[in-house]
Design a protein around this ligand. Structure first.
Ligand SMILES: [Zn+2]
Length: 426
């Protein structure tokens, strides 16, 4: 199929077929086959051969949907359908094609395919919008390869820090060299940055990665905001010694760290936000030696940054008291700080109109506790997100699952949201 051809009845019916839920799910399966793991497990990281392969597939589907395509300077696959006149500012529709190890097949991927399907339908219907539509398939959201998330969307937002070029993967390959191996010049990364004047906003469809839609027996929801996360590396230092040492002479770093872990859970729970200690290293980690040092992580998330920061201050004070009472020293180093990003009221309303058009009576407002590309794009333009029910709230796991009926509703809602923004008659 050629770009820009006149809309005809056959192409409209082909578009209807291509954008059905079963076709979208079949495309998810096709993308899932591009993996570095054996046995049907999925792992696809930034700037890999598998990344190249899924970009090519996405580009092909974008072209079928009537878009002009290009891969940007950061390896994000992009496609554009012009509006009523060429060169109008664009509404971005996007998500990501990279995955965590042993991933599901819908996190990110489904959002890209729903974006392409929405453009396909609008193109096939011959509707001319007062803005251009662009789909962006981000190359890196998860941060699996280089340990830093949102590399693709930060490049698009113009907030890519050139120090990150020195990050290296598990094989010691630097991000800079990975760009070159992918056929991109890291000197040109700035070309991926978009100007806010060229955009009217960003919409993303994504699986919920939580249980609330399923609990409410609803297919779709509206994201209120994406939680801001702060991460810390905490070190508790005591004194290693023989396990025969009496209690009153011990400075047991693990006993102190254990108090800290349960304190973090209790304090966060009472404050109504989320905290996780997901990593713990004990030194020297021997059966007959009192632990002399413990390193642990803290990941703290909330809808509002002020609330999160207040809880951190409280935790910090109590952690200091625990360590002081046990004769331990405490070191807390912040490793990550991303502010919460609120979804724009206007774009949220468009998502609500889209959901209502599917016949769903109520739509919940949901906080996204997981990070998304929208966090980075939010530095550039207004954002909003549509959440899709996923079975058991399971994500980042091969059991990740969505139903065809929910994918059909999500695609209808997303298309309607775009048309409602255009002020078009549904
Ligand atoms: Zn995702």
């Amino acid at each position: 199929m050629q770009q820009g051809q006149t809309v005809s009845v056959p192409s409209a019916s082909a578009a209807i077929d291509r954008t059905s839920a079963l076709s979208i799910l079949a495309r998810c399966d096709e993308l899932a086959a591009h993996s570095t793991l054996p046995g049907g497990l999925i792992k696809r990281v930034y700037l890999s051969n598998e990344h190249r392969a899924v970009n090519a597939l996405a580009a092909q589907w974008m072209i079928e949907a009537g878009m002009r395509t290009w891969q940007d300077a950061a390896g994000n696959q992009c496609g554009r359908l012009e509006g009523r006149t060429p060169g109008l500012p664009a509404l971005l529709l996007g998500s990501h094609l990279d995955t965590v190890p042993s991933a599901g097949r819908y996190d990110g991927i489904l959002g890209v395919l729903i974006g392409i399907a929405a453009v396909d339908r609008i193109h096939a219907s011959g509707t001319e919008l007062p803005f251009a539509l662009e789909v962006v398939a981000f190359g890196d959201e998860e941060g699996t390869r280089f340990g830093r998330a949102l590399l693709g969307s930060r490049a698009l937002a113009g907030t890519f820090d050139r120090d990150w070029l020195d990050l290296s993967d598990a094989d010691g390959i630097s991000l800079s060299d990975a760009y070159r191996a992918f056929g991109l010049d890291p000197e040109n990364l700035g070309d991926a940055a978009r100007g806010s004047d060229d955009l009217i906003g960003y919409l993303e469809a994504h699986i919920e990665q939580g249980p609330y839609l399923e609990e409410a027996d609803q297919a779709l929801g509206i994201v209120s905001s994406i939680a801001g996360a702060r991460r810390f590396a905490i070190t508790v230092t005591g004194k290693a010694g023989h396990s025969g040492t009496p209690f009153d002479r011990r400075h047991d770093a693990l006993a102190g760290a254990s108090e800290i872990v349960t304190l973090i859970e209790r304090t966060a729970r009472d404050a109504g936000l989320i905290a996780t200690v997901g990593h713990l290293d004990v030194f020297p980690n021997a059966v007959n030696v009192i632990p002399g040092r413990v390193e642990l992580s803290l990941d703290l998330r909330a809808e509002f940054d002020t609330e999160r920061d207040a809880v951190f201050e409280r935790l910090s004070t109590i952690m200091t008291e625990i360590c002081h009472s046990r004769g331990l020293t405490l070191d807390i180093r912040q490793t990550h700080n991303a502010p919460a990003v609120a979804c724009s009221p206007g774009l949220r309303e468009a998502i609500a109109v889209g959901i209502a058009a599917t016949g769903q009576k109520d739509a919940q407002l949901l906080l996204s506790r997981a990070g998304h590309d929208g966090m980075a794009v939010g530095d550039l333009t207004e954002i909003a997100m549509l959440f899709i029910r996923c079975r058991g709230g399971v994500s980042h796991h091969p059991d990740e699952h969505v139903t065809a009926a929910d994918v059909a509703s999500a695609t209808d809602a997303f298309e309607s949201a775009v048309l409602s923004l255009a002020g078009a008659t549904l």
